[in-house]
Design a protein around this ligand. Sequence first.
Ligand code: UDP
Length: 192
Amino acid sequence: ANTVDILGIHFLNTTEKAFQNILHKRINDGTNTFVVTANPEIVMYAKSDPSYEKLIQTADYIIPDGIGIIIGAKMLKTPLHERVTGYDLFVHLLEWGNAHQKSAYFVGAQPAVIRKLRKVVEKDYPFLTIAGTHDGYFGDDRNIVHDINRTKPDMVFVATGYPKQEEFIDKNRSASDGLWIGIGGSFDVLTG
Ligand code: UDP
């Protein structure tokens, strides 16, 4: 794939539309897919924590979420096509999933936020099946993973902030094929 290297992190050089199409195909094919939506904070954190850097290098795609990444790429004279934010991808995938009757599992945010998220999704995306939801303040992830393994959702949205969300995905992505994506504070934004 066409990537741009920023401090050793390989960003996919794509447009939002083209990346959406890549994800549609992989979800339809049931291809296990790990997406990191990386902003400058994530890049800097990765540089300070080699095990986290190694972990995010195993992702299928690292996407430039954050104008700082776009500016950095330009300064290095290897410009990226455009910014692709985790939140915009999240909203797009809810719409697409609703139109194509897909299923999704949601992990993250405070209990009150995830309760509200369920209501919002039920109302605004009625043909998207909610495979399950769990707040992001858990010690042991066994019940969540068991639930994901049982329900086999097309998409798993993990919104527990970095590095927790990427660590969760790396550890558990073999539980179900389809898309696993870390999307930071997106549940708060959608319900806010
Ligand atoms: N969060 C969570 N579990 C945690 C810590 C944070 O679910 O153990 C949630 C938090 O409630 C918020 C989201 O993660 O909804 C994103 O947090 P933050 O804004 O810190 O995101 P970051 O910029 O760190 O990715």
